[in-house]
Design a protein around this ligand. Structure first.
Ligand code: FUC
Length: 747
């Protein structure tokens, strides 16, 4: 029995003991705590369907379920780009459900858990010899939150339920329904409706609440929505949400709970179950402990590979929960936010944060969750163009972005000159991984090309003919000047990707040539006097500088201008720089460094940052945090961590698929299933003694799979085995057929 089966069995026993709702299957990914949440940032468990999210506190006598809708934002187009003006807006808290239960004896055997495999939260405890269980989830197919409370004895639930809006709305109380509506100062209308169904006992309206007594169980269904529509031409304003919210809540409340749950779990697992990971074995007692104790043990130096896996899976869980086709992209906090003035407005930050949210989307096999990013960026084109022209001149083509933006195309704070070019990399990558030609032709290529237009009009020629980005800024670090490495590397990458995209489509040959000649004149990465990769055109990096941003590493990760195999000297310089920079005081900075060390093929250094991040930047609910904003929760670190683990196990950015490029000593044997590589390949791997024993490459699009191997391997496909020899560059070119699996084993 492996440790996960053991965990599954423990849960199974606990469930049976508590008479809970349906047994937990074996081998599920669960985090749990032995106490209710008090501090939102550190302890609540998040649930989400991409659009509607909630966080669970789990108090025994006072349950609080705080909820959000992705589009409930103040603000507008914010034409002056003033970060402090009301136009920038804030992502809002929608409201809270409060469930007060009549006091009983002290609760025992309290357990609050989040089941990542099922996207269901569960609170269980015993009181007066009765076992109580609450289960909550946010369903994507039914677009509602559902919470069910049951007990092992009849008639045990008496208390009251309130639905409180986040903006002092007045809640109307019906027979079994609570409703509030509102309009934000920007004209956005919103509404939430909650229906309570009880088995046994009674329920009736009383004051601002629904009061229930002697009930066997309760089922609470919540729907919420806004009038937001992702359409600039409609001024981002669609229909009043009343009709849709009413329909959603009514339809869901008519269904049996078990049906809603099954539909939800099936939908979630269609995404979640694509990937599985085993990095080692955690001791039984450690494994059985709640997350806070496990984190404490990690801080004390104990290793916990199961927790490393759980944190990887958590990033996938959070992306599924905060970004689904048709929703807004995940903001600085995904979709979870309990206040109306969140740190940094809970906005979209373009100088690392929004991008990092989407780093795991392709590699960790959630490509459809990437879509909201493209939807919003493409929908914001016109306001971005207008703002760009306003600041850079009416004759400037294309567009770029400020450091921060909102869902109305409004931007704030300083211009982040290569921000739109960095976004363009995401469009290109979505194509590289999925090879959807239509996406490339109609969505990605037009975006890339338009950003190139901006740079054609903006790049400055030096006397020697080389090109620099004028008046740039290494994010939040250093002076404003020409030729900053961050700008140079991203513009190089944009031109390079656009040339490849045009080549793939077989269009714009002349234009491509022009871009290639520009690309080759862009001042490239430089090695400075202490062997470092220069952050600026001038050699002035301070070896004692430990600033959190490592923007001059873009060329190494997520870019591909520098790699140990193709540009070893520059890769060595990157190593010198990143060594000097230290781990940093934000989760996202750690996460970036995991990715960077992985790209430097140094698994042990990457792993050191993995444990550093778990020790210093993970709260008890595994939310990632940053120190320099009073320990705020920021989701980028969670998602960047997941991307980093994937990058340690599989890379494909440098022209070939590289299996286990940065495996640390800490993971001598293990396996992973379902990671994606560029070219439309899905990869499963097993390893032992730090050596790959077997890999399966699934070809979803056909074509040649270039495999970085170094040694001959045996390839088996539909029962036929053959030996494949690498070329001089160590790469095996494997001709693949769409839909077939290729098993790779050492010769
Ligand atoms: C960037 C970072 C900060 C923070 C903010 C939201 O500006 O420098 O650490 O993450 O984004």
């Amino acid at each position: 029995m492996n440790r996960k089966q053991l965990l599954g069995t423990t849960c199974l026993l606990a469930t049976a003991l508590l008479g809970g709702i349906g047994p937990l299957a074996r081998g599920e990914d669960i985090l749990w705590l032995a106490k209710p949440a008090v501090d939102w940032r550190k302890e609540v468990f998040p649930l989400g369907n991409g659009r509607l999210g909630c966080t669970i506190f789990g108090g025994v006598e006072k349950e609080q379920i705080q909820f959000n809708v992705d589009s409930l934002w103040t603000g507008d187009e914010n034409p002056d780009g003033d970060y402090g003006s009301p136009g920038m807006g804030y992502y809002q808290n929608f409201g809270n459900i409060f469930i007060e239960l009549d006091a009983g004896a002290a609760a025992t055997k309290y357990r609050r858990e989040l089941n990542l495999s099922r996207a269901v939260s569960r609170v269980a405890y015993q009181q007066d010899g009765v076992e109580f269980v609450r289960e909550t989830f946010c369903s994507h197919p039914d677009q509602v939150m559902v919470s069910r409370m049951t007990a092992s004895a009849k008639g045990k639930y008496s208390g009251r339920i309130r639905l409180d809006g986040g903006h002092e709305e007045k809640t109307s109380v019906g027979k079994n329904r609570l409703v509030f509506t509102g309009t934000l100062p920007n004209g956005m209308e919103y509404e939430a409706q909650l229906i309570v169904a009880v088995d046994g006992g009674k329920i009736k309206p009383e004051g601002d609440a629904l009061v229930f007594s002697g009930c066997d169980s309760l089922t609470i269904t919540l729907a919420a929505g806004t009038s937001y529509v992702m359409d600039y031409k409609k001024s981002w304003k669609g229909a009043n949400p009343h009709a849709l919210v009413t329909k959603q809540v009514d339809l869901a409340a008519k269904q049996a709970y078990s049906k809603l749950l099954t539909t939800h779990v099936e939908d979630h697992q269609s995404l979640y179950s694509r990937v599985a990971i085993e990095l080692g074995t955690t001791g039984d007692s450690q494994l059985a402990a709640p997350i806070n104790e496990r984190l404490k043990a990690v801080r004390e130096g104990k290793s916990d590979p199961d927790l490393e896996e759980l944190l990887f899976l958590y990033g996938r869980y959070l992306l599924i929960g905060s970004s689904r086709p048709g929703t807004l992209p995940g903001n600085l906090q995904g979709i979870w936010n309990h206040v109306n003035m969140a740190p940094w407005h809970a906005d979209y930050h373009s100088n690392i944060n929004l991008q990092m949210n989407y780093w795991p989307a392709e590699t960790a096999n959630l490509a459809e969750c990437h879509k909201p990013l493209f939807d919003l960026l493409t929908a914001s084109l016109e306001p971005f163009r207008k703002a760009t022209r306003k600041s850079f001149g009416e004759d400037v083509r294309g567009f770029t972005v400020r450091t921060s933006h909102n869902p109305f195309g409004g931007m704030g704070w300083r211009w982040n000159l290569p921000g739109s070019a960095w976004y363009a990399r995401h469009y290109w990558e979505h194509y590289e991984f999925g090879r959807n030609r239509q996406f490339l032709e109609t969505v990605a290529y037009p975006y890339l090309k338009e950003v190139c237009h901006y740079w054609e009009d903006r790049l400055k020629e030096l006397p020697d003919g080389r090109l620099v980005v004028p008046d740039g800024w290494s994010p939040e670090h250093g002076p404003v000047e020409d030729g900053v490495s961050y700008d140079q590397q991203i513009v190089w990458d944009l031109l390079n990707n656009t040339i490849e995209a045009a080549g793939e489509l077989g269009v714009d040959a002349d234009y491509s040539e022009k871009l290639a000649s520009m690309r080759d004149k862009v001042v490239g990465p430089k090695i400075g006097k202490w062997g470092q990769l220069q952050e600026w055109m001038e050699d002035k990096d301070d070896p004692n500088d430990t600033h959190r941003h490592v923007s001059h590493m873009y060329a190494l990760n997520p870019g591909r201008q520098i790699s140990p195999l193709k540009t070893p000297k520059l890769a060595e310089a990157a190593r010198v720089s990143i060594n000097a920079r230290g781990d940093g005081r934000t989760g996202w900075s750690h996460a970036w460094k995991i990715n960077i060390w992985a790209r430097l093929h140094d698994g042990n250094r990457a792993y050191k940052v993995v444990t550093g991040m778990m020790s210093r930047h993970c709260y008890d609910n595994l939310f990632d945090c940053i120190f320099h904003m009073r320990g705020a929760f920021q989701i980028d670190g969670n998602l960047g961590y997941t991307a980093g683990i994937a990058e340690m196990l599989l890379q494909s950015h440098a022209g070939a698929v590289h299996l286990l490029p940065a495996l640390p000593d800490a993971w001598p044997s293990g396996s992973v299933k379902g990671l994606r590589a560029r070219g439309g390949f899905v990869v499963d791997m097993q390893w032992q003694g730090r050596k790959l024993t077997r890999a399966t490459i699934r070809s979803t699009k056909g074509g040649v799979c270039r495999l970085h191997a170094g040694v001959p391997v045996v390839v088996t496909c539909v029962g036929r085995a053959f030996t494949a020899e690498p070329g001089k560059d160590g790469v095996i070119a494997l001709e693949t057929t769409k839909g077939q699996d290729y098993v790779i084993e050492a010769k």
